[in-house]
Design a protein around this ligand. Sequence first.
Ligand code: AVJ
Length: 311
Amino acid sequence: MIEQFKKDVDTGLSAQPKHLSSKYFYDDIGSQIFQKIMAMPEYYLTDSEFEILSLQAKQIAEKLNFYGTFNIIELGAGDGYKTIKLLKNFIELGLEFTYIPVDISKKAIDILLEKVAKEIPDLKVKPFVGDYFKLLSTMPNDIPSLVLFLGSNIGNFKKDDAQYFLKSIQNHLKPNDKLLIGFDLQKNPITIKNAYDDPHGITKAFNMNLLHRINNELGADFRLDKFDFYCHYNPVNGEVRSYLVSLKQQDVYIKSLDKSYSFDYNELIWTELSKKYSFTEIESFCTASKFKLTHNFLDCKHYFIDSLWSV
Ligand code: AVJ
């Protein structure tokens, strides 16, 4: 874990242009900041997907075509706020299933389990801490699975990586299985910009936490007041890109790598891609990864899609 982190930090800060991966945002502090992001009114993604899972659970259940018991496998379960709504609705509809939340963070799973036990005490839960594909390859043949990959988490992947990831999921599924995957749609660029360049400084804190983490875990001496946050949305290609900006020419020493890194005045570190999709892109992702598109579930504003794919 820490070895991979060290390696990725060294690679990213030695590269030209510099980059760090958004997958390292989510330590305990980062996960808490992300909860605050999801609660911001500007971060419409939460409300849009919540609406879909609240109001269209019955329609989703009908399209599943599952008879009898099934599994719901959630990849990167997070805090479960939106999923719990879906699970509750499914139970009210009389569906019978086991919920299998999967996350690499034990702490995230523990928090989720506590919440689920409180809100849906009768739910059958079989949590898994570890690699998504490890879990998928242990699933039995006799019971179908609905795999959830919600929240537009796919938006963090570059195109080829997203393609490879979806294809790997497809390879691990059985003929009756389904995938419900969230995509944030292209929309008025101002709406998108406001969701990421927020006036509260929460998204800035989310990015800054990466430097804080490198200081704490790798013994670096990043001076957080000498970096700022910048992000921008390009409506031509649907990409939100987030950066940290060096506010002066400076050197940063990382103890556990015993190495210094130079930053120019105004040099950028690219931290995140949050891709927004068109319908055509979603369809071609689906076909290219050998899935069949069963149905697109949209919120009333048409901001977000939960797309249901069959094997
Ligand atoms: C969790 C990847 C969907 O890209 O919208 C929120 C993370 N970054 N604000 C996103 C995030 C900045 C989020 N995802």
